[in-house]
Design a protein around this ligand. Structure first.
Ligand SMILES: [Zn+2]
Length: 229
C-alpha cells in the first residue's frame, strides 16, 4: 500500500501545524510498497529543506528520503524523518474524525464585504457628482468673470485663475476616485480569496452564506459545516 503524508496546516500529518509560515499543503511524503520514501515540495511559500551533513540546509523540490535524515518545512518546523514516519504509522488505523468546520467566519466576511461595498459605491457616486459640479461651476464662473469684469487685466486673469482652481479640484477628485476604485478591487479580491470552503477551498462567491449554512456541507468535498445561522 502506498501512503501519502501531506505536511501542512491542512495536511494529514499525525499532529497539528499552526506555524503560519508553513503552507496549507506544504509538502508530501510518499512511501511506496517497498518502504522507499520520497519528499516533494508542493510549491510551498517558504520552502522545504533537508539538513546536510555540514550543518547547512538545502532547499529541495524533490528528494529521496532515508530515516536518518532531518527535514524542515518553512523557516523553523523541523523533524527527523524516522520520528515523523513512526508517528504517522502508529496513528494509522485510528479512523480519522469526520471533518467538520465552523464556517461562522464566512458569515462575517460576507457581512463586511456587503457593507464595505455599499460604502465605496456611495462614495464613488458622490465623487462623480462633485466632479460634475466642479466642472460646470468652474466653466460658468470663468465665463461670467470674463464677461462681467471690465478691467482688461482682470478680464483675462480672473477666468484663468477660476479655471486653474476648478482644474485642481477636478484632479483631486479624480485621484480620490481612483483610490476608491482600488479599494473596491481589493475588497473584491479579498472576498474572492477568502469566501471559500475551509477544507477544499472551492469558491463560494455567488452563493449566500445563509444558504451554504442551511445545506450544512460543502457541495464539492462534502465537509460538514456548523456555525451561526
Ligand atoms: Zn469543500
Amino acid at each position: 500500500m502506498v501512503r501519502e503524508i501531506i505536511i501542512g496546516k491542512e495536511g494529514n500529518q499525525p499532529f497539528q501545524i499552526t506555524d503560519a509560515r508553513v503552507s496549507r499543503k506544504h509538502a508530501q511524503i510518499t512511501i511506496d510498497e517497498n518502504g522507499d520514501m520520497m519528499l516533494e515540495d508542493l510549491q510551498s511559500t517558504n520552502g522545504t529543506f533537508i539538513l546536510l551533513k555540514n550543518g547547512n540546509y538545502k532547499r529541495i523540490t524533490q528528494q529521496k528520503l532515508t530515516k536518518g535524515m532531518t527535514v524542515r518545512f518553512g523557516p523553523e518546523l523541523e523533524f527527523k524523518v524516522s520520528d515523523l514516519i513512526n508517528r504517522y504509522l502508529s496513528k494509522e488505523g485510528n479512523a480519522p474524525a469526520a471533518a467538520e468546520y465552523d464556517i461562522t467566519p464566512l458569515k462575517y466576511l460576507e457581512e463586511n464585504y456587503n457593507r464595505e461595498k455599499v460604502i465605496v459605491e456611495q462614495k464613488l457616486a458622490s465623487n462623480g457628482m462633485f466632479r460634475m459640479a466642479v466642472f460646470s461651476l468652474g466653466g460658468i464662473m470663468a465665463t461670467i468673470t470674463g464677461f462681467v469684469l471690465t478691467d482688461p487685466r482682470y478680464k483675462i486673469v480672473a477666468p484663468l485663475v477660476t479655471l486653474l482652481v476648478a482644474g485642481l479640484g477636478f484632479l483631486v477628485l479624480i485621484r480620490q476616485s481612483n483610490k476608491l476604485i482600488r479599494r473596491r478591487n481589493m475588497c473584491d479580491s479579498n472576498f474572492k480569496r477568502n469566501f471559500v470552503c475551509p477544507h477544499c477551498h472551492m469558491s463560494f462567491v455567488g452563493k449566500m452564506y445563509a444558504n451554504i449554512r442551511l445545506v450544512g456541507k460543502c457541495p464539492n468535498c462534502k465537509s460538514k459545516f456548523s456555525g451561526e445561522f
